[in-house]
Ligand binder design. Structure first.
Ligand code: SF4
Ligand code: SF4
Ligand code: SF4
Length: 576
């Protein structure tokens, strides 16, 4: 029996594997069927009824996302009846939607707004329905939920449960009172939400957005008493160009540094400096744990969404986490101690801004333990999207900026730090250093291809001085759960595990430009690896600024000062 079916879509003969949907097949022949609740990475929901098509012999319009192609089907995707139905569905959504487009965060990229335009809706035919007014959830330091702009597509619910295995939001009530809510409407900050922001990326409207700190950052920049330094995460240089219309995969390190200097920051530094420092500490911690038969596997700790997840869902596994702070927080602690002293600035006069691909970093910076400089180590965290908004607000012609460099010394970094932005990158960077620490030999082939790529769960092993080191890399929290369940059962064969909360790692973070999908993530990863290849130094422990930091200030990896400034502890959190 053949595994293929033949059908006709809009007069075109199509051959397809059994099980394919009409929606997928239409896309393959360049027909983009309008949709709202469909999302390529999520299960089918089939509720918005925008993707309806006509199938010969069937009286009703059928949702193409939920209809499997059958032998001999004759499908039409664009008839007067279909256009009327789609238009009507969007008009009904608009009848129950605030008219806030001017001030809405999604103004330029809202799928609902675009659909309403594309479907030719130029007037609101229906009177406003009985509109309930819901309170906005701004309990989280990372995310704001505005249920008034929610169209009940369930994309946030599905990403939170299917990709992130967190499930803190769901539908409550029925009919016109249906809402997406947290458990007992406690607010995102008071449940197990990891602040990952994947729900923001999935949402087609302005119902979910990051909590912005743009005004605070402008205020700090214009305050003459403040010395404002900015650090930019590895993944931001590979994505921020998209906010200015550049294609995914554009590497804009030099333009980004130039734009930030024009915004008025006093020093343009690099979280990659913090990443090199993290690697030196983390590689030594791994070697130490192996030598002393300490707790293994050791799990990376630089992704704050992942940290919050393990704290809630696997609190008994916290001892497996590396005690290293994330690069953002190592940078903040070093900036307000070592660097502040070097330039004669009081730590309280220094204001550290981070530009991150991540909404969870906003939460991380506010953790009470992140005050090792004596005050809050990082003052404000902007997402990539917020940084781009500031550049636009300042009228900077980003695309035509000439490249500029970072300032020294906290702007000096290696290729190993650059790859932190991609899944597998922290593991690869740590192996480049651990290999040389353990063997005392120079690593000839610097790339560890075995931990690269977008597979959700990667497993590998390498031999270090006769010891077979077993490795695992997971991105997306549902993949992390698989590895944690193995540890819980005492069945984990690994020595070293890298986990990043977001699909693709930081390059797919919740603060990144939209859309973020697999194709875009792959293009961004290419940019990150190009940044690594172009660096003259590609191993963290060879970064001259890090060598100087140890010589002048920290003394040695895992030393007393490092323990105080660069390492942290975790909190057992409850389930609701
Ligand atoms: S969510 Fe979209 S349609 Fe609604 S106010 Fe915002 S931009 Fe306008
Ligand atoms: S931020 Fe992440 S964990 Fe929180 S609701 Fe959104 S998807 Fe779920
Ligand atoms: S918050 Fe956004 S993603 Fe979630 S159901 Fe509402 S519109 Fe859909």
């Amino acid at each position: 029996m053949s595994d293929l079916v033949s059908l006709t879509i809009d007069g075109k003969k199509v051959k397809a594997r059994k099980g394919a949907t009409i929606f997928e097949l239409a896309k393959k022949i360049n027909i983009n069927i309008p949709h709202l609740c469909y999302h390529e990475s999520l299960s089918i929901y089939g509720a918005c009824r925008l993707c309806v098509v006509e199938i010969e012999g069937r009286p009703r319009l059928e949702p193409s996302c939920a209809t499997i192609a059958e032998e001999g089907m004759v499908v039409r995707t664009n008839t007067a009846r279909i256009r009327r139905a789609r238009k009507m569905n969007v008009e009904l959504l608009l009848a129950n939607h605030p008219e806030d487009c001017f001030t809405c965060d999604r103004n330029q990229i809202c799928e609902l707004r675009k659909l309403s335009f594309d479907l030719g809706i130029r007037e609101l035919r229906f009177e406003k329905g009985r509109k309930y007014s819901y309170s906005i959830d701004d309990s989280s330091p990372s995310i704001i939920r505005d249920p008034n702009k929610c169209i009940l597509c369930s994309r946030c619910i599905r990403v939170c449960s299917e990709i992130q295995s967190v499930s803190v939001i769901d539908f409550v009530n029925r009919g016109g009172r249906t809402q997406v809510l947290t458990f007992l409407n406690k607010g995102l900050n008071n449940v197990e939400c990891t602040n990952c922001g994947q729900c923001i990326l999935a949402c087609p409207t302005g119902a979910l957005r990051e909590k912005t700190v743009i005004d605070e950052v402008w205020e700090a920049i214009s305050n003459p008493k403040r010395f404002v330094v900015v650090q930019t995460a590895p993944a931001v240089r590979a994505t921020i160009g998209e906010e200015f219309g550049m294609p995914a995969g554009s590497l804009v390190t030099g333009k980004m540094a130039a734009a930030l200097r024009r915004l008025g920051f006093d020093k343009i530094f690099d979280t990659q400096f913090g990443a090199d420092l993290t690697i030196v500490e983390e590689a030594h911690e791994l070697v130490e744990r192996i030598k002393t038969k300490g707790v293994l596997p050791m799990i990376t700790s630089c992704s704050p969404g992942w940290i919050k997840y393990i704290e809630h869902f696997f609190p008994e596994c916290l001892e497996y986490l590396s005690s290293c702070k994330s690069p953002q927080q190592m940078f903040g602690a070093v900036a307000k101690t070592y660097y502040a002293k070097k330039i004669g600035c009081k730590p309280e006069d220094m204001y550290v801004v981070s530009i991150m691909p991540c909404t969870a970093k906003k939460f991380e910076a506010r953790r009470p333990e992140m005050k090792d400089s004596g005050i809050q180590d990082v003052d404000a965290v902007l997402t990539t999207r917020e940084a781009a908004r500031m550049i636009k607000e300042a009228g900077i012609d980003f695309i035509n900026l000439a490249d500029e460099g970072f300032d020294e010394p906290l702007g000096i970094s290696t290729g190993a730090a650059a790859i932190f932005g991609a899944t597998g990158g922290v593991m690869e960077a740590a192996l480049r250093t651990a290999y040389e620490v353990v063997t005392g030999k120079t690593l000839e082939k610097i790339e560890f291809d075995i931990v690269r790529g977008m597979e959700g769960l990667k497993k590998a092993s390498i031999t270090l001085n006769g010891l077979e080191l077993k490795l695992a890399v997971a991105h997306g929290l549902s993949n992390a759960r698989i590895l944690l369940e193995e540890i819980q059962k005492g069945k984990s064969p690994y020595h070293f595990i890298e986990i990043m909360a977001c699909p693709g790692g930081c390059l797919g973070g919740g603060g990144q430009p939209m859309p973020t999908n697999l194709e875009v993530r792959n293009a961004r990863a290419g940019a990150i690896y190009r940044e690594d290849e172009a660096k003259p130094i590609r191993k963290s422990h060879e970064n001259p600024a890090i060598i100087a930091l140890y010589k002048e200030f920290l003394d040695k990896p895992l030393g007393e000062k490092s323990h105080h400034l660069l390492h942290t502890s975790y909190t057992k959190r409850k389930r609701y």
